[in-house]
Design a protein. Structure first.
Length: 262
């Protein structure tokens, strides 16, 4: 199937950015909303979509639905243009039946279901901000903040349209209110670590410090079992630090015995 033959309907918080991306890739946008028709000079829908793209439930990515060949073509466009997007699939669907070996992307795409989920980490959201900014005034961290409070972002961008010089100021104010306010010392947070193949590992930690974009959580461990990768037993009273920098690509985990010995 050629790209020009595939019609895509897009809905959700990534609509403007993905419409710009898909049009440049040669895909057809069908059934566009009125704002999208105005922004891109598109006509009304002239056919049913081959692929429907909408937000995932948590809005950290998109769900693709349609015929297998068309879904795989659109997924390949996203993978090629947004290489850090994470394809989210059930663990068993990633395996060659009966072998325990993982499928290549190409083989997975050939075998995929008519539904495919793509998660957008922060750097992908920033890439999509740049796609959107080609079309309309866009705050830095637009999609990152839109996941949290879409109406607040819309209101800030109305102000941005009149005062483009305030872009950084408006974005930082929203980040302070919508994000940083949750990092108060002593507060318990849940961390969701999404693995490259789509698995999710979640754990909780208490905020010990947050300074200049650097977050440190403290975790308490119970005795029993062993630490993965450390080859040492877990003992009652052990604790650890989980540290990550905003927009950083590496997280640091440090483990301590009850007496403070690493």
């Amino acid at each position: 199937m050629e790209a020009l033959e595939v019609g895509v309907r897009v809905r959700g918080i990534y609509t403007t950015a993905l419409t710009a991306l898909f049009l440049e890739a040669g895909l057809r946008i069908v059934d566009p909303t009125a704002p999208i028709r105005a922004r891109f000079g598109l006509g009304t829908a002239d056919r049913d979509p081959d692929v429907a793209v909408c937000d995932t439930e948590d809005r950290h990515g998109v769900l693709l639905e349609g015929g297998p060949e068309a879904v795989n073509l659109v997924a390949e466009v996203l993978r090629r243009t947004l290489p850090h997007a994470v394809r989210r699939v059930r663990q068993e669907a990633d395996l060659v039946p009966g072998s325990g070996q993982r499928l290549s992307w190409e083989e997975f795409a050939r075998r995929a279901r008519t539904r495919l989920e793509m998660e957008f980490p922060l750097d992908v959201k920033r890439d999509l901000d740049r796609w959107r900014a080609r079309v309309v005034p866009t705050l830095p961290f637009h999609h990152y903040l839109k996941v949290i409070d879409a109406p607040r972002v819309d209101a800030a961008e109305e102000e941005l349209a009149a005062h483009p010089e305030r872009a950084v100021e408006l974005a930082e104010k929203l980040k302070e209110e919508l994000v940083y306010g949750h990092y108060a010392p002593g507060r318990v947070l849940e961390v969701r670590h999404v693995k490259p193949e789509g698995r999710v590992h979640a754990f909780r930690g208490r905020v010990e410090a947050f300074r200049e974009g650097h977050l440190r959580l403290v975790r308490q461990f119970r005795g029993g079992g062993r630490y993965d990768g450390l080859r040492v037993p877990k003992e009652e009273g052990d604790y650890g630090h989980f540290e990550v920098a905003e927009e950083g690509r590496v997280a640091r985990r440090t483990y301590f015995g009850a007496g403070g010995t690493p």
